[in-house]
Write a protein that binds this ligand. Structure first.
Ligand SMILES: [Zn+2]
Length: 437
């Protein structure tokens, strides 16, 4: 009996160990067909020349990073950085560069010869905007080799990476079958609500058939799944009045508290099962003094899910909770007018997932594997959400180097061997996807 128990504990230990390590790794092995395809490209002299050039360019890449980081790019105010980035892409030898109607910088590197088998346009993108408001000190501070400045990694390093890819493509004379667009997008962060990438996929826009974003730190992460989110600003309004003299009026702040309570209670019941879904009331406000019935109260709400249908279900719970709270507060009213509620959508990022077996994801896995990286497939909230939600192949890959403190004033970035490696990886994936002539 005792021996049996020991065996049981032993097997339990092995079993739980296995489950644990599988969960931790989430690694994927690419199909041999794609490994061969990438290997073949790796042997080409022009690819090797491009890699060598990326190493030679390292001081220049660092100089570009310092230069661009110190040009502020607050939300909705990316113009200055966009102009500087446009000039750099022009100097790097793009065939054509322009800033579009919403502020995206687009550099075209024309195909040598189009081929019906390959997509017409392959995009390599990074975002121009940072989360930091106007007036933030963006001067870089050096701590040894570590560079400290807001926005340095997210995503200024991404911009510099895609710029160096263009320089290396031109220097080595690599010719592709598809047009390559090197794009600096506006509005990736926060209330920017992906407006840059949404514009690139507007009705009637040139057909982008493949999208590669550079955004995020860890080299082994390949993001093929987009985390969707809905964001709202809710405002309750009423007459307002004296807390004693007008007592009995409907109170917008009481309605807000009730709304949060109903929403959170219902939402928490919903997330007990099913795909990962979140809810958050991020900011609240309203009122003018302790002895006044306020005429207004407001809150900002964020909800996310990896699954579109769960996001819609959470949205439904939210909408119903707001109406229920309004109703209850109005029912309590002893005098005065009824309250109103205004619900404005301030953010909409669709969710979705690109199947693992499509060529772009297989190529991303194959390239990583050939760089001795064990790739993990992950979920993120990046520019890729838009093409992913429309069924267009899209992936988000790493900017390389070490970094941390993203969205904080003390954000830092440090170059190491994964820095130039990430640039080579992006170039190789881009050329594989665009087809080398
Ligand atoms: Zn970012």
């Amino acid at each position: 009996m005792k021996l049996q128990l020991i065996y049981f504990v032993f097997f339990l230990a092995i079993f739980s160990q296995r489950v644990f390590s599988q969960d931790q790794d989430n690694t994927f092995i690419p199909d041999e067909k794609y490994v061969k395809e990438v290997k073949k490209l790796l042997k080409k002299k022009k690819i090797q020349d491009a890699f060598e050039y990326i190493d030679i360019l390292e001081p220049r890449t660092l100089k570009d990073l310092v230069y661009l980081t110190e040009i502020p790019a607050p939300p909705f105010e990316e113009e200055k950085r966009a102009e500087a980035f446009r000039d750099l892409l022009d100097e790097a030898g793009a065939d054509k560069v322009w800033i579009d109607e919403v502020g995206n910088v687009i550099a075209v590197r024309k195909a040598a010869k189009r081929d019906s088998e390959r997509p017409a346009v392959v995009v390599l993108d990074a975002h121009l905007d940072t989360v930091f408001p106007e007036g933030t000190d963006v001067t870089i501070k050096f701590n040894g080799d570590t560079l400290i400045a807001p926005g340095i990694g997210d995503d200024t390093r991404g911009l510099v990476l895609i710029l160096t890819v263009l320089r290396a493509l031109n220097e080595s004379g690599i010719a592709t079958v598809a047009d390559i667009w090197i794009v600096g997008t506006v509005g990736e962060e926060g209330l920017g609500d992906l407006r840059g990438v949404k514009h690139l996929f507007r009705p009637g826009a040139p057909a982008i058939r493949s999208w590669i974003s550079v955004d995020g730190g860890s080299t082994d992460r390949i993001t093929n799944s987009g985390l969707g989110s809905h964001r709202y600003r809710v405002t309750f309004t009423g007459e307002g009045g004296h807390s004693w003299g007008a007592f009995g009026m409907a109170n917008p702040i009481h309605a807000l508290g009730r709304a949060i309570n109903i929403f959170v209670t219902e939402a928490d019941g919903f997330i007990q099962s099913g795909p990962k879904t979140s809810y958050n009331v991020g900011r609240i406000g309203g009122g003018i003094s302790v002895n006044s019935i306020s005429f207004e109260s407001w809150m900002e709400v964020d909800m996310r899910s990896v699954e579109h249908s769960s996001l819609l279900a959470m949205d439904d719970i939210f909408q119903k909770a707001m109406q229920a709270a309004l109703q209850k507060e109005n029912d309590l009213r002893k005098n005065g007018e009824a309250l109103n509620v205004k619900i404005e959508m301030i953010g909409d990022r669709p969710s979705g997932e690109v199947p693992v077996d499509i060529p772009l994801i297989q190529r991303a896995l194959a390239v990583a594997t050939l760089f001795n990286i064990s790739p993990r497939l992950t979920t993120g909230s990046t520019n890729s959400n838009i093409p992913i939600s429309r069924g267009i192949p899209a992936v988000t890959i790493s900017r390389g180097g070490k970094g941390g403190g993203s969205h904080a004033l003390k954000e830092w970035w440090l170059n190491d061997s994964s820095g130039p490696q990430a640039i080579k990886l992006a170039l190789l994936l881009l050329v594989t996807e665009a087809g080398m002539k």
